[in-house]
Ligand binder design. Structure first.
Ligand SMILES: *[C@@H]1O[C@H](CO)[C@@H](O)[C@H](O)[C@H]1NC(C)=O
Ligand SMILES: *[C@@H]1O[C@H](CO)[C@@H](O)[C@H](O)[C@H]1NC(C)=O
Ligand SMILES: *[C@@H]1O[C@H](CO)[C@@H](O)[C@H](O)[C@H]1NC(C)=O
Ligand SMILES: *[C@@H]1O[C@H](CO)[C@@H](O)[C@H](O)[C@H]1NC(C)=O
Ligand SMILES: *[C@@H]1O[C@H](CO)[C@@H](O)[C@H](O)[C@H]1NC(C)=O
Length: 628
């Protein structure tokens, strides 16, 4: 995966200071005066081209300490001194990631709002007519990403408050040893804490805490799914009690009391959820062997594995970059051996820790209704999701193992390898065979199995379906057992450029993350068609955040947006988002979209049968040889 455009973006933002006119406000619990930005660069991109307020730099929790490095965040970093200006105009750095950024003091969120209700201590300030709130959770495989990549000048043409959060990434966010000191899911705990900050503070920015929509892409979309499952999302009072209990002797207990008592209990952290191209049901989203992976990473980092006290001391005090490099080394090695490489950097089913965020298999929680069933969902995926997944496989597994031109590998073992990488057990081989028939039947029937070029469309579809499409669609389908408000989209618009580039031998397509270009402010010039697409999407996203439906009854929508029906088992409807939008039926037909688009192949029935017979016979022989 190559984040070419994202890097260019980052450089652009860092080189051009995004300063707007300074704007001062009061925020209880923070310094008396908070400085943010207003106008100039903070002007909405689309009509009414109005200025908005931007506050990019709020700590929602304290910097993790030696003791709390792998634990849920401590919301004790405020109140701030009364006599200082709290500078929220600067661009916040991202959480520790890669081999250069080792920042732990990164639990920061940004707030953007078109409306300022007035200073908190001013008695004439009334907090009515509050706007819906959207909380953006960035993607990046749980190892990359940061808030300043997502500037919402686009959204600010609409009446919503936008919050962009950061959370711990990589081993700092997700390392787990299955112990109370390193239980995993610290990054998920951060997201919850950021949502609590929103509950407490968002009204001072004109936002309605009872109308929060969480929105995420890729790993952020999986995070949205995990937040649906987290008991904390709907049992705030219970979590509060646990927190107070566990901090009984601590002086922050008093502080926490003051802070929490002002917000009502029993309220949910959010109401609606949007997930773009990712799901907690996808295999990569959960590390199911996290303790083992954790120990391997600790060893690679040079920590003694025993006794436990020494291991713990080492991991808590080790230089962050060293730890991240150990995780990367683990990951690279895992991928080379046919794994996914997500170990030690993903959410876990928690067996330890005082507070648990995910306690059972996601699929089980969803099926049994043990999650936030009253949430309305708007989920979707991009047409060519599999291009990125296949590209990653090529880069990290195929080429390093010298398999690119290995006809035998492509012919007999490529599908099996993809399944194994995803952690899908297929002991009988029946699943691999069924996938081969469904996705690569055209290659089987034309005697071209083993020719990678020919197999590319089928492999893209297998990877896209297993990696990204099916998990989201399944979530929507399962959700309707409890709630009729579940909507699905397929993003099918092929723009001039993609955010993530892929190898030239792969066809161009609607890549993973491409829809972000039409939602956020990106230095990518759009033509008229693309601007209109962007406006439609922003209208849908913000309408959903306002009403919990993309096209509610009695609300006038832009021309060209058809009425968007929720998913039902009878009609299986969803929205195909393209230059022209249309309602289609049964998204599973999209699982083979790349193969279908490559067009029909003319092979006579007799030769197809002959080719298929020859392939399956030779495959059995190959398997017997391998077993022997
Ligand atoms: C809010 O209060 C602060 C501190 O008293 C002051 O500097 C600022 O000008 C006020 N802002 C507005 C918009 O009234
Ligand atoms: C920003 O806008 C203000 C008016 O709102 C104007 O006076 C100022 O010159 C602008 N600054 C820049 C750098 O454009
Ligand atoms: C975890 O790793 C161990 C050791 O390699 C292996 O035996 C076990 O099957 C793995 N468990 C899962 C769930 O993958
Ligand atoms: C593989 O298929 C491509 C496209 O049909 C063709 O150009 C190429 O010659 C084939 N390669 C082999 C080794 O048959
Ligand atoms: C804008 O670019 C897209 C490709 O990104 C193209 O399909 C479309 O026709 C272009 N529209 C105009 C008005 O040039």
């Amino acid at each position: 995966m190559k984040f070419v455009v994202l890097c260019v973006l980052l450089a652009t933002y860092l080189a051009v200071p995004c300063y707007s006119e300074p704007f001062f406000m009061e925020l209880p619990g923070y310094a008396k005066t908070v400085m943010g930005g207003f106008g100039n660069l903070s002007t909405s991109w689309y009509e009414p081209r109005r200025p908005f307020y931007s506050f990019r730099y709020f700590h929602y929790a304290a910097k993790p300490t030696y003791e709390t490095r792998f634990l849920p965040p401590v919301p004790s970093n405020y109140p701030y001194p009364d006599d200082e200006i709290y500078n929220s105009i600067d661009l916040p750095p991202g959480c520790a990631q890669g081999d250069r950024n080792g920042l732990e003091d990164c639990l920061i969120l940004s707030v953007y709002t078109p409306k300022f209700p007035g200073n908190a201590s001013d008695p004439s300030t009334t907090f009515d007519d509050l706007l819906p709130v959207m909380v953006w959770i960035h993607g990046g495989s749980f190892i990359f990403g940061q808030s300043i990549l997502y500037e919402p000048n686009t959204f600010m043409a609409h009446d919503v408050v936008m919050v962009v959060i950061q959370y711990r990434l990589g081993p700092l966010g997700f390392l787990s040893l299955g112990t109370d000191e390193i239980p995993g899911n610290a990054g998920m705990a951060d997201q919850i804490e950021a949502l609590r900050w929103v509950q407490k503070f968002i009204k001072y920015f004109g936002g309605d805490k009872d109308k929060v929509t969480i929105v995420g892409e890729s790993a952020g979309a999986a995070s949205v799914g995990f937040l649906l499952l987290a008991p904390q999302s709907r049992e705030e009072s219970k979590v509060y009690n646990t927190f107070i209990h566990t901090h009984k002797k601590d002086k922050i207990r008093k502080l926490a009391n003051n802070l929490f008592l002002t917000s009502p209990f029993g309220l949910d952290l959010f109401r609606y959820a949007i997930a773009e191209s990712g799901s907690m049901l996808a295999d990569w989203a959960v590390d199911r062997n996290s303790t083992k992976h954790g120990y391997v990473i600790a060893e690679l980092a040079g920590c003694p594995l025993e006794p436990y006290e020494e291991l713990l001391h080492c991991l808590r005090s080790i230089d962050v970059i060293t730890l991240q490099n150990a995780q990367s080394a683990f990951s690279a090695n895992d991928v080379l051996n046919g794994g996914l490489g997500f170990g030690g950097q993903s959410p876990v089913i928690q067996t330890a820790g005082k507070i648990k965020y995910l306690t059972e298999e996601p699929r089980h929680l969803i099926e049994s209704g043990q999650y936030k069933t009253d949430a309305h969902l708007l989920f979707g995926a991009n047409e060519g999701e599999g291009i990125m997944a296949l590209d990653m496989t090529l880069d990290l597994y195929i080429r390093p193992n010298g398999l690119e031109n290995d006809e035998v590998f492509w012919k007999y073992d490529s599908v099996r390898t993809i399944l194994a990488a995803l952690g899908i057990r297929d002991d009988t081989g029946a699943l691999g065979d069924a996938l081969t028939t469904k996705y690569l039947g055209y290659a089987v029937d034309s005697c071209q199995m083993g020719n990678f070029t020919v197999m590319i469309p089928g492999l893209i579809d297998i990877a896209g379906t297993l990696f990204l499409k099916a998990g989201g669609w399944q979530t929507v389908l399962l959700h309707t057992k409890f709630n009729p408000h579940a909507y699905w989209y397929s993003f099918d618009f092929l723009g001039k450029v993609s955010l993530i580039s892929a190898d030239e031998i792969l066809p161009r397509g609607v890549m993973h993350a491409d829809e972000i270009m039409y939602l956020f402010t990106m230095p990518i010039p759009h033509n008229e068609t693309e601007i209109e697409l962007s406006r439609k999407m922003l209208e849908i996203w913000t309408t959903f955040a306002t009403y919990g439906e993309p096209t509610p009854e009695g609300v006038a929508m832009r021309e060209g947006i058809p009425k968007w029906p929720p998913y039902t088992h009878e009609k299986k409807e969803f929205m195909a988002i393209n230059k022209y939008w249309s309602v289609k039926n049964d998204y599973t037909l999209y699982y083979t979209v790349t193969v279908d688009k490559a067009g029909p192949r003319s092979v006579s029935r007799q030769s197809a049968e002959a080719c298929a017979n020859a392939y399956w016979t030779s495959k059995k022989k190959h398997e017997r040889r391998r077993a022997a």
